[in-house]
Design a protein around this ligand. Structure first.
Ligand SMILES: Cc1cc2nc3c(=O)[nH]c(=O)nc-3n(C[C@H](O)[C@H](O)[C@H](O)COP(=O)(O)O)c2cc1C
Length: 209
């Protein structure tokens, strides 16, 4: 028995993938993205070969990946997720920002932004799997990322509860196992040979968030 409803139980985030070739800039919605390594930092993205953004990424090897936050509404998802840059200029009318690799993204509706380069492409028939080496990463807002389940809720009911992260002290988190340092000694003052108590990696693999 294959109950396809089971697929809705898989958790995802939602991302805006931006790319540029010559003077043509474009972006589209994607949910199939994960971090696969931390040293070096790599992401894995699956993209349908039929999308224009796929063609731009394939041609240039450069892209931006923005984490969409809970401010995004259905018109944002419909615009970037159902229309094609082959037919219209999808970024027209949006406040566009550019990453260091020249790839576009948008101001607002995003809480984090990555710029990267395709290191390897794996052909899986209808889709390409892009393994991306991250060159740049930045927090863009205090809003929480939207999940695929919240997106479906937004689509069905027209609203979701918007969550904004409360301003807090910085924390240090292990990028490998996500252990949050909670010791009494300030993280900066820990000895250079400090190791994550959960997975054993060194201090250099912790990030300040
Ligand atoms: C919620 C949502 C999730 C999507 N996830 C993906 C995805 O994971 N992979 C993909 O290739 N397309 C995905 N799409 C579809 C593309 O965004 C869509 O085909 C888009 O129109 C392509 O635009 P382009 O031709 O300008 O690149 C998704 C669309 C929506 C609305």
């Amino acid at each position: 028995m294959t109950d396809l409803a089971a697929l809705f139980k898989i958790s995802y985030g939602l991302y805006l993938i931006g790319a540029k070739k010559e003077n043509k800039e474009n972006a589209c919605i994607n949910n199939t993205l994960i971090q696969i390594t931390s040293e070096p930092l790599r992401l894995l993205l699956a993209m349908n070969k039929g999308s224009y953004t796929h063609d731009l990424v394939k041609a240039t090897g450069q892209l931006s990946v923005a984490v969409i936050d809970q401010r995004a509404d259905m018109s944002f998802f419909n615009h970037f997720g159902t229309k094609s840059g082959r037919d219209i200029d999808k970024l027209e009318g949006f406040p566009v920002l550019f990453c260091s690799n020249g790839c576009p993204s948008v101001e607002g509706n995003i809480c984090a932004l990555f710029a990267g380069e395709v290191e390897q492409t794996i052909d899986v028939g209808s889709h390409s799997l892009f393994i991306i080496a991250v060159q740049e990463a930045a927090i863009k807002s205090d809003y929480e990322p939207i999940t695929y389940a919240q997106y479906r809720n937004l689509k069905n009911t027209g609203s979701i509860e918007i969550i904004k992260t409360e301003k807090k002290e910085y924390k240090y988190i292990c990028t490998v196992c996500h252990y949050e340092y909670d010791g009494d000694i300030p993280f900066e003052d820990l000895p250079d040979d400090y190791k994550c108590p959960i997975c054993g990696v060194g201090k250099e693999l912790f990030i300040k968030v």
